[in-house]
Design a protein around this ligand. Structure first.
Ligand code: PXP
Length: 239
């Protein structure tokens, strides 16, 4: 049996909660259910505009739940400060563009390597594992390695959005080739974005895959079957 870890992103539990600006559905409760249903960690993306996860969600989950927290954040001094204070178990540095509905592709590192390296090394020094969200291409993977990241998370958007078997097979091959390089560099191999119950299996089967981070499809399915079943089903598909 493969042991690909599942990080369940609960951003959209907060999106629903924020629709009424009340307490439910509670992100602490969502974390407990996800972790007790087979998730290996809970994932939260604290965005600059705080449109779903708020600082309080992150702090409460850290304080009230025993379990691994994976924080997605932009590489900004503000987020760096929060991460060093709240101390998630791991951080993924992601690009963030104003007005985007969701993350648009991997980090563009040209011209930003010095600042990225400072943040990566600072987080690492404080015991937080660091990954970089990158497109499945050699250049950003090598750059992530050179600045000291422990892992890369390969962006699966193009694969997830590809229409038809032929195109999907091509995007899967791109992910596979990128994975060889990640493993050659002895880095952790993560992947995510747009993965769902129909497209997850081939990505979970990529040799050396350590972890998949999945949010939207799980929370969407949870609306109909409950979070416990939605997480259990996803975890089962990945093994
Ligand atoms: N990985 C990263 C780096 C992301 O930014 C996101 C979205 O927050 C995800 C994974 C999860 O993507 P999805 O919600 O499409 O499953």
């Amino acid at each position: 049996m493969r042991n690909v870890k599942l990080g369940v992103n609960i951003d959209h539990v907060a999106t629903i909660r924020n629709a009424r600006n009340e307490k439910n559905p509670d992100t602490v409760e969502a974390t407990r259910v996800a972790l007790s249903s087979g998730a290996d960690m809970v994932v939260m993306h604290l965005r600059g505009d705080r449109r779903h996860i708020k600082d309080d969600d992150l702090e409460r989950v850290r304080r009230e739940v025993k379990g691994l927290i994976h924080l997605e954040m932009a590489a900004t001094p503000e987020m760096e400060k929060i991460a060093l204070r709240v101390r998630p178990d791991s951080v993924c540095l992601v690009p963030e563009a104003p007005g985007e509905v969701t993350t648009q592709g991997g980090l563009k590192m040209t011209g930003k390597l010095t600042e990225l390296e400072r943040i990566v090394r600072g987080l690492s020094k404080s015991g937080i594992e660091v990954s970089l969200f990158v497109d499945p291409e050699p250049q950003p993977i090598r750059a992530a390695h050179n600045i000291g990241a422990d892992s890369v998370e390969l962006c699966t958007s193009k694969y997830s959005e590809s229409w038809g078997k032929k195109l999907q097979a091509k995007e899967l091959e791109t992910l596979q080739l990128a994975s060889f390089l990640v493993k050659e560099l002895k880095m952790g191999l993560h992947a995510g974005h747009g993965l769902d119950y129909y497209n997850v299996v081939p990505v979970a089967r990529i040799e050396g895959m350590d972890c998949l981070n999945i949010g939207y499809s799980i929370i969407s399915r949870a609306v109909f079957v409950g979070l416990k079943s939605a997480v259990t089903e996803m975890k089962r598909l990945m093994q």
